[in-house]
Design a protein around this ligand. Structure first.
Ligand code: ADP
Ligand code: MG
Length: 692
């Protein structure tokens, strides 16, 4: 039995307190860092005669009439007069108390947008209060809030928290904050926050809104410093953890696989292989990102890394984001490894119970040295005998929590598996410096030899028949063809109709050819069957929605047709195009574009498609894509769950980022307590996620 606690039970939270908690506004500092969305100017009174339609103003006036009208709709009409003109305030919903506050003779201050119209000047649902007390001397903050948390309550809570919060400086005098723009002096944290919550009446709203004001700069610098510090700390902590040191074994499976490969590794593959090998040989968990363009040959590098682990007597797991991709990896790896006598297990959500039970047993006993699969690999029930290396393909598709779960598969206390993450999406510089600062990066910067570059053509949909003719020619040569149907954002159902129609069309005009259909609504088993037929070559044409986007490898496919290519992102087109040109045969990619009835393709769309013709360099394409779409896409899952940058913007604040990167290691080395306090202040309990 639990002894009754001496202290009285905690008071239940009020509704606004609960709402604040839900928004993460718990500590004084959380509230102090809850910055207004915008400001309202209650410092001035505008005379009605001077107010123009569309102005948002505050007036002070006396109520001269107040009546409830029932038609056309129940509403309260309050006429006010400020001595220069009259104005009608209209309320469609109102409480008796409000009606009383707006009784004839009351002097009120009302804020809202002035409108003209039938009744003369009006305001719809203005905010109002009785005209007592002085006008405030600062702008009134309007905070992001949520249901059950009134602005006024939040304002009071924040004002209180701001006066209580510990806002001591995070940098010793020997380390300087960056220079504010235009030579202005950087505020102290207290000055900056006080200013942002209560800007002076004459503040530049523009500088506050575009976040260029020195107070904003200070906040951004603080935030970026916290991010850099936590990344450094995560790395230091990881360096304290242990991982099995996987020493290469002469003549082991690694060497045997390399000797058995039907090709020579490229110089780039060899180089990154060595980088990975060196990491694995250390008793510290590797945390490495392997970047390489589509088709650069990342899989074999991962397989060789796996062999190093297995040579040393440990297990390796390889995880892919989709079942199709995982299946491909499995087939390829079994093809390479079965002849060597290495057992590979397969885990996926769609698996039959019996098979799954068998696989789980093989994994637990250690008989399966390599485990390939989807998210199923990290499920609770999966117990490894001794996992030493986890490989994550297309890492941007995985969430932080999933990566953490994979690392939890290590049985020994204080030990972590090595982690190799792979991606075909190059990471732009500022992102590499911020969100990925704790990763080592290896780049495969050359493609295997003998690839004939893919010829890309941009063709109007009106020449569809010609394109279909080309399909016939490819098929006659024993080649295979992909036809990708566009994503229709608004409707998955439409997507499907579209792909189905194209499938019927091609089946009709290509008699005697097996035309397959692949879309996201199919069951995993149906998908697998279709992919198997295409991979084995018994299917000539594969019509699909974008489900084939990642990683599929069928070297005999030599033509890729992408319908409504103008609707795809550049990186996505690049990924899709990468499905062809994988063998020695000359390959082509046709970008079909549709035009609105009688119209022309827009200039930007044209430019984007042209970029695809101009270059096949994934890094260049990613750069152009970043220009067009901004960084969100690139962060993908790494960001989800991790503390986001709330204030800094990598597109505009690169100089502050560079500063934070320099200062963080110095602060951490010389003033660790200050560094820790800074992280706690900014990230609270959330820094866990950065370690993934
Ligand atoms: P990605 O980097 O896009 O994952 P893959 O690993 O799927 O690329 O490799 C693409 C194709 O190139 C595969 O068929 C693979 O077997 C082949 N390949 C990999 N490395 C070489 C090489 N050094 N020489 C020739 N072919 C290679
Ligand atoms: Mg791949």
């Amino acid at each position: 039995m639990v002894a009754p606690s001496a202290s009285s039970p905690p008071k239940p939270l009020s509704a606004p307190q609960k709402a604040m908690r839900k928004m993460g506004l718990v500590r004084d500092i959380d509230l102090a860092l809850h910055i207004p969305l915008r400001y309202e100017d209650e410092t001035r009174i505008v005379k009605l005669k001077e107010a123009r339609e569309g102005d948002s103003v505050q007036i002070e006036a006396t109520v001269t009439a107040s009546e409830v009208q029932l038609r056309p709709r129940r509403q309260l009409l309050v006429t006010v007069d400020d001595g220069t003109a009259t104005c009608v305030l209209r309320f469609f919903s109102f409480y008796p108390a409000q009606q009383k506050a707006l009784a004839v003779g009351q002097v009120i201050r009302a804020r809202g947008e002035i409108r003209g119209g039938f009744l003369g000047l009006t305001m719809m649902h203005p905010a109002f209060k009785s005209a007592t007390g002085d006008l405030p001397s600062a702008l009134t903050p309007v905070y992001p809030t949520s249901a059950g948390l009134p602005q006024a309550y939040l304002r009071r809570a924040i004002a209180g928290a701001l006066s209580r919060a510990d806002l001591s400086e995070s940098l010793p005098p020997s380390l300087a904050w960056p220079q504010a723009p235009r030579g202005q002096v950087m505020h102290s944290l207290r000055q900056a926050l006080t200013y942002l919550h209560h800007p002076a009446a004459d503040a530049s709203i523009a500088a506050l809104e575009d976040r260029s004001h020195p107070a904003w700069q200070r906040l951004k610098a603080e935030e970026l410093l916290a991010q850099q510090l936590s990344q450094h700390m995560a790395k230091q902590e990881r360096d304290r953890l242990r991982a099995p040191a996987l020493k290469a074994k002469k003549g082991g499976w690694h060497d045997q696989l390399q000797a058995a490969l039907p090709f020579q590794l490229t110089a780039a593959q060899q180089r990154v292989g060595e980088e990975i090998g060196q990491d694995l040989a250390r008793p510290v968990p590797m945390h490495r990102l392997l970047q390489g363009d589509v088709g650069a040959g990342k899989t074999v590098v991962a397989a060789l890394a796996a062999m190093l682990a297995i040579d040393a007597g440990w297990q390796c797991a390889l995880m892919a984001p989709t079942e199709i991709l995982a299946q491909q990896h499995f087939a390829k790896l079994v093809g390479w490894l079965a002849p060597l006598g290495v057992q590979v297990a397969w885990l996926t959500g769609s698996q039959k119970k019996k098979e799954r039970t068998e696989m789980l047993a093989l994994i637990a006993s250690g008989e399966a040295a390599l485990v390939v699969g989807t998210h199923a690999v990290i499920q609770e029930q999966v117990k490894f005998k001794n996992l030493a290396l986890a490989v994550i393909d297309e890492q941007h598709r995985f969430g932080v929590a999933q990566r953490l779960a994979l690392r939890d598969k290590m049985q020994e206390e204080g030990m972590e598996p090595h982690l190799l993450m792979m991606t075909a999406t190059p990471i732009p510089r500022t992102l590499a410096m911020s969100y990925y600062a704790d990763l080592e990066v290896s780049v495969i910067d050359e493609l295997p030899p003998g690839r004939t570059p893919v010829v890309t053509k941009v063709i109007s949909d009106s020449r569809r028949d010609e394109v279909i003719g080309r399909i016939g020619a490819q098929l006659a040569e024993g080649r295979q063809v992909y036809w990708v149907c566009p994503l229709i954002e608004e409707s998955e159902a439409l997507d499907l109709t579209n792909a189905t129609a194209t499938h019927e069309e091609l089946s009709a005009v290509l008699p005697g050819v097996t035309v397959g259909l692949l879309h996201s609504r199919m069951s995993v088993i149906e998908k697998r069957d279709v992919m198997a037929q295409f991979t084995q070559g018994s299917m000539g044409v594969l019509v699909s929605t974008t489900v084939i986007e990642v990683g599929v490898d069928v070297p005999n496919a030599s033509l890729m047709v992408i319908e409504h290519a103008e609707r795809f992102g550049l990186s996505q087109l690049h990924q899709l195009r990468g499905r062809v040109g994988r063998g020695a045969a000359a390959s082509a990619c046709v970008l079909l574009y549709g035009t609105p009835e009688g119209g022309r393709l827009s200039e930007t769309a044209r430019e984007r498609l042209r970029a695809m013709v101009d270059t096949s360099d994934g890094f260049e394409i990613a750069r152009r894509d970043l220009e067009i779409r901004g960084p969100g896409e690139f962060l993908g899952a790494r960001q989800s769950g991790a503390p986001l940058l709330r204030f800094a913007d990598l597109a505009t604040d690169e100089d502050l980022l560079v500063w934070a990167r320099q200062i963080a290691p110095m602060l951490l080395a010389k003033y660790p307590e200050m560094a820790e306090r800074h992280i706690a202040r900014w990230l609270g309990g959330k820094s866990e996620f950065l370690k993934a």
